[in-house]
Design a protein around this ligand. Structure first.
Ligand code: ADP
Ligand code: MG
Length: 420
C-alpha cells in the first residue's frame, strides 16, 4: 500500500512527504481508509508504529473542507508532554493545510489558551482536567466537534481519568466519529469502550505485546545497590540516550540528583515539577543536552524520541501493560532498543507476568566488575561526588565509578537505615 492510495488532499500529502514517510505502517494502512469512511475505530498496534498519523491524517482530510476558526476535532491525551508532541505532529503533517491545532493542559497560564481557543484552532489536543476547566468557564465550544480521538485509550478510560472523560463526552451532544488508539487494551476497559463507540471496527496489528524491536534483560540486584549498579551501567553505555523509570516521584528526583552529582547529564520528569521544568527535561532529551531522563510513569505513554536507545526500569513497573508502554519509548519505528530492568527478590511475581506477555524468559545478566557483595549502608545516606572521569578510555571511567562506589559505601555512619 502507498500513501497515494488514501487519496489525501495534496496539501496533506506535502506534509507526509516532508516527513519522509514513504510507506504507511500496518496500522496506518488498515485504519486510515476506515477512518476516512467515517467509522468508529478501536485501533490497537504496538508502541512506535505510527498510530498518531493514523488518526491525524483522517482528521486533516475531514477538516480540509468546511468552516475554519471553530473547534472541529478533539484529541484526548493523558499527559501534557504527549499533548504537545501530538500538536507538533499535526503542525508538521498539516503544515500546508492552514488547519491549526492547540494543546490545552494544566500547569500553565489559562489566559493564553483562552485567546487561542477563540477562533484560532480547528483541532484541540487536550488533557481532560484543563479541558473541563475551559468547558466550565465557557471558553471552549465543543458544539462543532466532528471527530473525537482518545489516544492511549486504556489509560484514558481507567479509573483515574474516566469521570473527567465521561463529563467531557456528555458535552459533545451532536453526532460525531470516535477513534480510540492504544498499544494495550485490558478486557475490562474494552467493555467500557462499547458505551462510547457506535458499531466500531476493531483493528488490531499483531498482539498487544511489547514491541519486537526491543531486547530485554533483567539485572538482579539488592535494593541498596540499585543506584550504584545504574551508574555502572550508564558508564558502560556512555553517549546513549536513556530513560530510567522509577516508581515514585520522590525517587525519580533523588536518583536524577545523584546522577547529576556523579557528572551525568541527567534530569528528572515527574508530576511535582513545574511545567517549565517538565518541558525542558523532555526537550533536553530530544535535543541531546540531557542523556539520562529519570521519570515516573508520566513519561511511559506516547513519548516519541527516536534517539532513545535504552529504557532502564530502576523499579519494576506495577503491571505488565505498564512494562509494554515504558519499554516502548525505545525501539520505535525502524529502530532497535534495549530494555533493562533492575530486579530484587520482591519482583518475582511481576517478572512472571512480564515474561507471560513476552512469551519467553528474559535473560538474567550481571555487570562484570560490579561488586554485588557490598553490604547495605547502616546509616545516614552519604553524599558523594564523582571525580571527573577521564573521557578518553572507558576502563578509566569504570574504575572511577568503582572508586566512587567504594567511597560511598565505606564512608557510612551508624544510624537508622534509610530507604533509597
Ligand atoms: P505510536 O503512537 O504508535 O507509538 P507514533 O505515532 O509516535 O507511534 O510514531 C512513531 C514514529 O514513527 C514517529 O517518529 C513518526 O514520525 C514515525 N512514523 C509514523 N508513520 C511513519 C511512516 N509511515 N513512515 C516512517 N515513519 C513514520
Ligand atoms: Mg502514540
Amino acid at each position: 500500500m502507498n500513501f497515494n492510495d488514501f487519496n489525501l488532499h495534496p496539501c496533506i500529502m506535502e506534509g507526509v512527504n516532508a516527513l519522509g514517510y514513504t510507506e504507511p505502517t500496518p496500522i496506518q494502512s488498515k485504519a486510515i481508509p476506515v477512518a476516512l469512511q467515517g467509522n468508529d475505530i478501536v485501533g490497537l498496534a504496538q508502541t512506535g508504529t505510527g498510530k498518531t498519523a493514523a488518526f491525524v491524517l483522517p482528521i486533516l482530510q475531514k477538516l480540509m473542507p468546511g468552516k475554519r476558526g471553530q473547534v472541529r476535532a478533539l484529541i484526548m491525551s493523558p499527559t501534557r508532554e504527549l499533548a504537545e508532541q501530538t500538536c507538533t505532529a499535526i503542525n508538521k503533517l498539516g503544515k500546508k493545510t492552514g488547519i491549526r491545532s492547540i494543546a490545552v493542559y494544566g500547569g500553565v497560564s489559562i489566559s493564553q489558551q483562552v485567546i487561542n481557543l477563540r477562533n484560532c484552532a480547528e483541532i484541540v489536543v487536550a488533557c481532560p482536567g484543563r479541558l473541563l476547566d475551559h468547558i466550565w468557564r465557557g471558553t471552549v465550544d465543543l458544539s462543532h466537534i466532528e471527530i473525537l480521538v482518545i489516544d492511549e485509550a486504556d489509560r484514558m478510560l481507567d479509573m483515574g481519568f474516566l469521570p473527567n472523560i465521561k463529563s467531557i463526552l456528555d458535552c459533545i451532544m451532536q453526532k460525531h466519529q470516535t477513534l480510540l488508539f492504544s498499544a494495550t487494551m485490558p478486557k475490562e476497559i474494552r467493555r467500557l469502550t462499547e458505551d462510547i463507540l457506535t458499531q466500531p471496527l476493531n483493528i488490531q496489528i499483531g498482539e498487544t505485546a511489547p514491541a519486537e524491536t526491543v531486547s530485554h534483560a533483567l539485572y538482579p540486584v539488592k535494593q541498596h545497590l540499585k543506584t550504584a549498579l545504574l551508574m555502572e551501567i550508564l558508564y558502560q553505555i556512555q553517549k546513549e540516550s536513556v530513560i530510567v523509570f522509577t516508581r515514585t516521584k520522590h525517587r525519580a528526583e533523588k536518583v536524577a540528583d545523584e546522577l547529576k552529582k556523579a557528572g551525568f547529564k541527567a534530569a528528572s520528569l515527574h508530576g511535582n515539577l513545574s511545567q517549565i521544568r517538565r518541558q525542558s527535561a523532555i526537550d533536553g532529551l530530544r535535543r541531546g543536552s540531557i542523556k539520562v531522563l529519570v521519570a515516573t510513569d508520566i513519561a511511559s505513554r506516547g513519548i516519541d524520541i527516536l534517539s532513545i536507545t535504552h529504557v532502564i526500569n530502576y523499579d519494576i513497573p506495577e503491571c505488565a501493560d505498564d512494562y509494554t508502554h515504558r519499554i516502548g519509548r525505545t525501539g520505535r519505528i525502524n529502530n532497535n532498543g534495549d530494555a533493562w530492568t533492575l530486579v530484587t527478590a520482591a519482583d518475582t511475581g511481576m517478572i512472571r507476568d512480564i515474561e507471560k506477555i513476552l512469551k519467553s524468559t528474559i535473560e538474567r545478566k550481571t555487570i562484570q566488575g560490579f561488586d554485588y557483595t557490598i553490604a547495605a549502608p547502616v546509616g545516614e545516606r552519604v553524599r558523594y561526588e564523582r571525580k571527573p572521569a577521564r573521557s578518553d578510555a572507558q576502563t578509566s571511567r569504570q574504575s572511577a565509578g568503582r572508586e566512587l562506589r567504594n567511597k560511598m559505601f565505606n564512608n557510612r555512619r551508624p544510624a537508622i537505615a534509610k530507604a533509597i
